[in-house]
Design a protein around this ligand. Structure first.
Ligand SMILES: Nc1ncnc2c1ncn2[C@@H]1O[C@H](COP(=O)(O)OP(=O)(O)O)[C@@H](O)[C@H]1O
Ligand SMILES: [Mg+2]
Length: 219
């Protein structure tokens, strides 16, 4: 699915004043690409990713996935659309606290695709291992570091092989080895057909992306 933004504007209210974060932004991300949004802190990367994923709404403008305008959807349509098509990791991603890492992945998969068999369970453990989460599948989120939680959230968001993966700063606050692990996992995800859209400060991410959009350049 090609993703198209048309005239996206986002204004927030702050101290009784309107601040404009995105101003009439239009762009297209072709199907199957790996797109990277970069730019200084506060430039609007999270705002934009949340609008693309339908987590928040623009003040004006339209977001299309193929011919479907998701900005015209109601909340129910939006949440169905997200569940069926998108894998999302927000900047302050959270896992379900009373489920283990494995159960977090399992629940997400079951809501999308149905029951988990032995092969799929092995896949999930493998996915956790590829992200450096060895022997942590039975651990609860409260016993994990923020970097481990982030990587588990990444694993959860791609386990159902969504058409589009949208991740806000998936490599933030990770050590070099894990930055590479995450980017490699995203590359494989992209090669197996998912459109990948991330924001990152990470220089290394540029080598993985084929669409680079620096939001600071528009100012
Ligand atoms: N809910 C909100 N209300 C008011 N201002 C906000 C809100 N969310 C973000 N902002 C402001 O919008 C700007 C862009 O934020 P953000 O999209 O998080 O930037 P980035 O992810 O590039 O760091 C910042 O100045 C931020 O303070
Ligand atoms: Mg951000």
């Amino acid at each position: 699915m090609e993703i198209r933004l048309e005239g996206i504007t986002k204004k927030y209210q702050r101290n009784n004043r309107k601040i404009s974060v995105l101003d009439d932004l239009s762009l297209t991300i072709p199907n199957g690409k790996f797109a990277l949004f970069s730019g200084d802190s506060g430039v609007g990367k999270s705002t934009l990713l949340n609008i693309i994923s339908g987590v928040s709404r623009p003040t004006s403008g339209k977001v299309y996935y193929g011919k479907e305008e998701i900005t015209a959807y109601n909340e129910k349509q939006l949440s169905d659309f997200r569940r069926e098509n998108l894998g999302i990791v927000t900047q302050n991603c959270e896992l379900i606290p009373y489920l283990t890492l494995y159960e977090n992945l399992e629940l997400s998969y079951e809501l999308n695709k149905g029951p988990v068999d032995e092969d799929k369970k092995k896949d999930m453990i493998k996915q956790l291992n590829e992200l450096g989460l060895y022997n942590l599948e039975n651990e609860y989120p409260k016993n994990l570091s923020s970097g481990e939680i982030k990587r588990a959230a990444i694993a959860r968001s791609i386990i159902s092989k969504p058409e589009v993966v949208i991740m806000d700063e998936p490599t933030a606050n990770l050590d070099r080895k894990n930055v590479t692990r995450v980017l490699e996992v995203l590359r494989r995800c992209n090669e197996s057909g998912s459109t990948v859209i991330i924001s990152s400060h990470e220089g290394q991410a540029i080598d993985f992306a084929d669409v680079n959009i620096n939001l600071s350049d528009d100012e």
